[in-house]
Design a protein around this ligand. Structure first.
Ligand code: CP
Length: 338
């Protein structure tokens, strides 16, 4: 894959070599993300950070990543505060905002909208989530986290057993992650969801074509050899009414007792976040917060590294990061887990 000047719209653009390039570049971002050093490689560049759907991690980590590379960030958040609410097309919005920016990150509730926007943009566009379709940067950070966590236990992605639980129909993170994992070898997928919220057939077909082992069930059982459990939220915003989502909320919970009963002691617990912590859902209980296998915050931290890597690669400055390095004046005793 030639990164320079490319949009990042789908995980389909990646192969194992390009994934490795992203991960190697992400590894080099550690000292900057920890604020041990600065790089001004993107000094003068502007990120247009356009979030037309709620976000905490993706929006802020895109902005943080760009700032850490020396660039500046301009944002718009929410459909109602943008001219899209007045009937402006994605094409016109893209033509205008791509004049104000050197690169754009965008989230929008409609599947395919970010690709449509990219057609009108004169600068690279990165998909921060388009409806129930894709979330490629999340998938890359999830895969990076899986690799690091398994390495810690002396294991590899090839041959692992991952259990995905929850809303596999509307959860775009599990769609994109499954497609990336399909490129590896002999993975065992256990897909646990209510029947109505099962993984889409198109993604199952990709896993079948990759000769992976797939178990589809609505029961949490027989998981004692899972390496990764990837819990997801019921995507209320994709249902016709909140009451419809209520039918499924709280069906699959993970707490310390369930973890001890159903998983081996080192199973890594992941979740793209946000987790729904309301009592009626409580899909990932706070009683796991001190469990060393809970990787959810390391996973979120890795989002900064991966997004820094993607900015550096798509803007063609990955070879110049260290050249524009400088010392930091500010120092914190706090250390981050990147
Ligand atoms: N994981 C993720 O996309 O989180 P946000 O919705 O907070 O961006």
């Amino acid at each position: 894959m030639n990164f320079t000047g490319s949009n990042i719209l789908s995980v389909e653009q990646f192969d194992l070599d390009s994934i490795q390039t992203v991960f190697q570049t992400a590894d080099r971002m550690q000292p900057y993300a920890r604020r041990q050093k600065r790089t001004k490689v993107l000094d003068g560049a502007i990120l247009g950070n356009l979030f037309f759907e709620p976000s905490t991690r993706t929006r802020v980590s895109f902005g943080t990543a760009f700032n850490l590379l020396g660039g500046e960030v301009r944002e718009t958040t929410g459909m109602e505060s943008s001219a899209l609410a007045k009937g402006e097309s994605l094409y016109d919005t893209a033509r205008v905002l791509s004049s104000y920016s050197d690169i754009i990150a965008m989230r929008h509730p409609k599947s395919g909208s970010v690709a449509e926007f990219a057609e009108g943009s004169r600068v690279p566009v990165i998909n921060g989530g388009d409806g129930a379709n894709e979330h490629p940067t999340q998938a890359l950070l999830d895969l990076y986290t899986i690799k690091k966590e398994l390495q810690h236990h002396g294991h590899d992605i090839n041959g692992m057993h991952i259990c995905m639980i929850g809303d596999l129909k509307f959860g775009r993170t599990v769609h994109s992650l499954s497609r990336l994992l399909a490129m590896y070898k002999n993975i065992r997928f256990t897909l646990i969801s209510p029947k109505e919220l099962a993984m889409p057939d198109a993604i199952i077909d990709e896993l079948v074509r990759g000769n992976h082992q797939i178990t589809i069930t609505d029961q949490v059982a027989g998981l004692l050899d899972a390496d990764i459990v990837y819990q997801t939220r019921i995507q209320q915003e994709r249902f016709t009414t909140p009451q419809e989502a209520d039918l499924y909320r709280g069906k699959f919970r993970l707490n310390s007792e369930i973890y001890t009963k159903h998983y081996k002691p080192n199973t890594v617990i992941m979740h793209p976040l946000p987790r729904d912590s309301r009592a009626e859902a409580n899909e990932l209980d706070n009683d796991l917060n001190q469990n060393p296998n809970l990787a959810i915050f390391r996973q979120a931290d890795n989002g900064v590294l991966i997004r820094m890597a993607l900015f550096a690669l798509t803007l063609g400055v990955a070879d110049l990061i260290e050249k524009y390095e400088c010392d930091v004046n500010w120092y914190s005793e706090k250390r981050h887990s990147y």
